[in-house]
Design a protein around this ligand. Structure first.
Ligand SMILES: Cc1cc2nc3c(=O)[nH]c(=O)nc-3n(C[C@H](O)[C@H](O)[C@H](O)COP(=O)(O)OP(=O)(O)OC[C@H]3O[C@@H](n4cnc5c(N)ncnc54)[C@H](O)[C@@H]3O)c2cc1C
Length: 387
């Protein structure tokens, strides 16, 4: 049986950040990272369309959701620059506050963590799946290997995109030690909608302000691209709004086309075209993509005021999401009411739970990686002090 000071289950963003922060604090602490993937940091290397959006300078408490949102706010401490010190990279910011490594390669982030961890002599066991963690900390792997550790960090991620080793089957490790799991739903995900009025729009993209309503109650608005598909809608505005929609029913989206242009301007443009003898079906030609314009007119009838109303409030009832296989994150997770401000379990001394594994999910734009890194670093501080 191999013995370590710390065993980290999951070599993703949070687990690797935790391991590195531990080794930087005290290189004599023996650390093993166990991961079920062939490649450590596999998901991290795929983030941000392969560019690695690690944080966001527009950070606010409203960017986090789930029962642990307040805990996330305390732990991140509004420090959006936290990843800067973790990586041996230069970072740059885009016009939406999103922070990327200057080389725009997410794989360089995983490489940076692994290179430094290797220089400290951290141990890695992968591909290997931890199937049980017992009090007193005995960990059993699927191939029968057994490890003993003084402290255990569960950094197993959520249920989103199982090809990254995250199929949701590892929640039972925390549950077997007495922790509760909150209801799970996919977030940052494409939405299925009624397609009656969008069948002809497949593949077309438009800049929209999208507001989600639960019944008549507005939940929030997101601005960005909407891409029409055969199942509903995708695009960054939809990803952003999906975190508000996650586990709710009776949701309708209202798409506002031409968000920066007033109703009066649009009306004046339509009246000019009418005076020039444009057929009704072409009244939005040049103003919007022709097919979107025609879909709006078809839905509104001949009335000009109704056309402008539909253009500013194109409603789409939501019928579901594309599910965990397409989601970027999991809404829900291990209940944070049993986790302290050092990410340590309140039920089992020496057990830490970090990253997407717990009931915290962030908006699209770098907030989820920031949470993964911040919670990993916080756990490392507490572990290093306690050993
Ligand atoms: C395609 C995609 C793009 C994304 N882009 C961004 C982005 O640009 N910015 C952003 O902020 N967020 C992004 N996210 C979300 C972000 O990647 C995750 O929230 C973050 O990686 C969570 O880190 P984690 O360490 O908690 O979990 P993960 O990174 O998911 O790592 C968990 C690890 O645990 C391992 N594991 C699980 N169970 C076991 C077990 N029993 N034994 C051994 N190993 C186990 C898994 O193999 C996995 O490697 C993206 C997600 C996806 C899917």
């Amino acid at each position: 049986m191999q013995k370590y000071d710390v065993a980290i289950v999951g070599g993703g963003a949070s687990g690797l950040a935790c391991a590195l922060a531990l080794k930087r604090k005290n290189k004599n602490i023996s650390v093993v990272v166990i991961d079920s993937c062939e490649r450590l940091g596999k998901k991290l290397a795929a983030t941000g369309n392969g560019q690695g959006n690690v944080s966001n300078s527009r950070l606010s408490p409203q960017n986090y959701h789930g029962g642990g949102a307040a805990l996330a706010d305390k732990i991140i401490a509004r420090n959006y620059k936290l990843p800067f010190a973790l990586f041996n990279c230069i970072f740059t910011e885009d016009s939406e506050g999103r922070i990327y490594p200057s080389g725009r390669q997410a794989s360089a982030l995983a490489d940076s963590l692994l290179r430094e961890l290797n220089s400290f002599g951290a141990h890695f066991v992968n591909p290997a799946r931890v199937t049980s963690v017992k009090r007193g900390f005995v960990l059993t792997l699927s191939d029968g290997l057994v490890f003993e550790a003084k402290k255990v960090v569960l950094a197993c991620g959520g249920k989103a995109q199982k090809q990254f080793g995250t199929d949701g089957s590892s929640y039972n490790l925390a549950q077997s030690l007495g922790h509760k799991l909150t209801p799970l739903s996919p977030s940052l995900v494409q939405l299925k909608t009624d397609t009656t009025h969008t069948k002809t729009l497949k593949g077309i993209r438009a800049d929209c302000a999208v507001t989600a309503y639960e019944g008549k109650i507005p939940l929030g608005t997101a601005r960005g691209d909407v891409i029409f598909t055969d199942y509903g809608v995708s695009g960054n505005a939809i990803f952003k709004i999906s975190s508000l929609v996650a586990d709710r029913k009776n949701i309708t989206l209202s798409l506002e086309f031409l968000p920066g242009i007033s109703r009066e301007e649009i009306l004046a443009d339509i009246e000019k075209k009418l005076a020039l003898g444009y057929p009704v079906s072409e009244l939005l030609s040049g103003t919007l993509h022709n097919q979107i314009g025609r879909a709006i007119i078809k839905r509104s009838g001949q009335n000009i005021q109704a056309i402008v109303n539909t253009l500013k409030n194109f409603t789409l009832p939501v019928t579901g999401t594309l599910g965990f296989d397409y989601a970027q994150v999991t809404h829900g997770g291990i209940d944070c009411s049993d986790i302290g401000e050092d990410m340590q379990s309140k039920l089992v001394n020496g057990l830490y739970l970090i990253g997407e594994y717990v009931d915290v999910d962030g908006d699209c734009g770098g907030y989820n990686l920031l949470w993964a890194f911040a919670s990993g670093v916080r756990a490392a501080q507490s572990i290093a002090e306690g050993l």
